[in-house]
Design a protein around this ligand. Structure first.
Ligand SMILES: *Cc1c(COP(=O)(O)O)cnc(C)c1O
Length: 395
């Protein structure tokens, strides 16, 4: 295996032999595409005219004054379909077209990546199949409906825990049998190489814009850059342009669920061990026999038992720090952002906001941080209502 497929000891291509050529072809097509001005122009056209970029870098004045440092929010929630996922989908779908594929498949947990993929497939006239665990289909009825309206075929996966991990296994199995005419659109900075690299490239638009926007107002670099971490795509996109800027502190926020100590969490970086899953080697939640453990988070988008290989590497070399925030802390932060700024964030994004509030208290008004607001909270209103009702009951 080629060493370029690795981030330190993480990454790689742990897939069936039959997919090795497909991955190599994909890598070649991708490398050529991102050097092709025509491809870049096409990407930029759709990001501007369809997705609605660039997204604002909003100075959250009331939040800043309440917590004691300047907090800027990168508003990925304002993208078409309501989150950052569409940035990557547009890029990968354009790659699929370039490769002459007629069909796309995708896995989805919360349904956000499924919706983004179904959207892109409708736009570019591709047949779309989305794999989703039975349990997730039940929890995320609204997104199932959205995917169907957009013309996607949603396949219900009944195996293991009936969630994202199992849907991903099924997507990879299907892809191995159909790669000839089918492109696999992966939704996070995970999977076998070159996917982590591809997803990072297409999500880097977040930090390219944010860095420039920040420089224009503050005429310097931010002190801290922060994002929530599920598989790690909005965070690697938010970090990308700052990784080489050694003075900028990078912080990834994982889901601590009901608390790290309860075992019911999704903190793969804090408590995971090295293993292989979904074609990659990374930090994963595993039991003593190496079986993948079920992740838990109130936010479906952070409910993944692993993390992208570049994050595992950034943690090892201590370039980025990874922390975790509980369901309760995220929900409190979510409500706080609603009341202070009039923004209803996705529960995933609220994890980053929660840690931003803690971190802000250790900073001054002469310092500044950028937080990636990865998505909007409309999809979560039911979860939020249930949570608040339960809390009321418990008090
Ligand atoms: C999917 C999702 C996430 C988590 O995925 P990453 O790949 O870690 O970014 C975070 N926020 C929102 C709004 C999502 O939809």
């Amino acid at each position: 295996m080629n060493s370029k497929a690795y981030y330190g000891r993480f990454g790689g291509q742990f897939v069936a032999e039959s997919l090795m050529n497909t991955l190599e072809e994909l890598d070649e097509v991708f490398e050529n595409a991102i050097k092709d001005p025509e491809f870049i122009k096409q990407c930029q056209y759709y990001l501007k005219q369809y997705v609605g970029r660039e997204t604002p870098l909003y100075y959250a004045k009331r939040l800043s004054e309440t917590y004691g440092t300047k907090i800027y929010l990168k508003r990925e929630d304002l993208n078409h379909t309501g989150a950052h996922k569409i940035n990557n989908v547009i890029g990968q779908i354009l790659l699929a077209k370039r490769m002459g594929k007629k069909k796309v498949i995708a896995e989805t947990g919360a349904g956000q990546h499924g919706v983004a993929t179904a959207t892109g497939a409708a736009l570019f006239e591709l047949e779309c199949t989305v794999f989703m665990g039975e349990e997730d289909m039940r929890r995320q009825e609204l997104n199932v409906m959205r995917m169907k309206m957009l013309g996607a075929n949603v396949v219900c996966v009944r195996s293991g825990s009936n969630t994202l991990k199992d849907a991903t296994n099924e997507a990879i199995r299907t892809w191995a049998k159909s790669a000839e005419d089918t492109f696999y659109v992966i939704g996070s900075a995970v999977g076998p190489y070159p996917y982590p690299k591809i997803v990072k490239e297409f999500q880097s638009v977040i930090s390219r814009e944010a860095k420039q926007q920040f420089m224009e107002t503050e005429h310097r670099l931010p002190d801290v850059v922060m994002a929530c971490v599920g598989g790690g795509s909005n965070s690697i996109g938010m970090f990308a342009e700052f990784i080489e800027e050694k003075g900028v502190e990078l912080i990834g926020v994982e889901a601590a669920g009901k608390g790290i100590e309860t075992g019911e969490h999704a903190a793969a970086m804090a408590l995971g061990e090295i293993g292989t899953l979904h074609g990659m080697c990374s930090y994963l939640l595993q039991d003593e026999n190496g079986n993948i453990k079920l992740a838990h988070s109130i936010s479906a988008g952070l409910d993944y038992p692993g993390v992208g290989p570049e994050h595992a590497y950034l943690k090892d070399i201590k370039r980025a720090e990874y922390v975790s925030v509980t369901d309760q802390e995220a929900m409190d932060a979510l409500m706080e952002l609603c009341r202070l700024e009039g923004i209803i964030p996705a529960i995933e994004s609220a994890h980053a906001i929660a840690y931003a509030m803690k971190k802000a208290k250790t900073m001054t008004m002469n310092q500044a941080m950028i937080v990636c607001l990865s998505g909007r909270g409309d999809k979560d209103v039911h979860t939020i209502a249930d949570y608040l009702a339960q809390k009321e009951y418990m008090n």
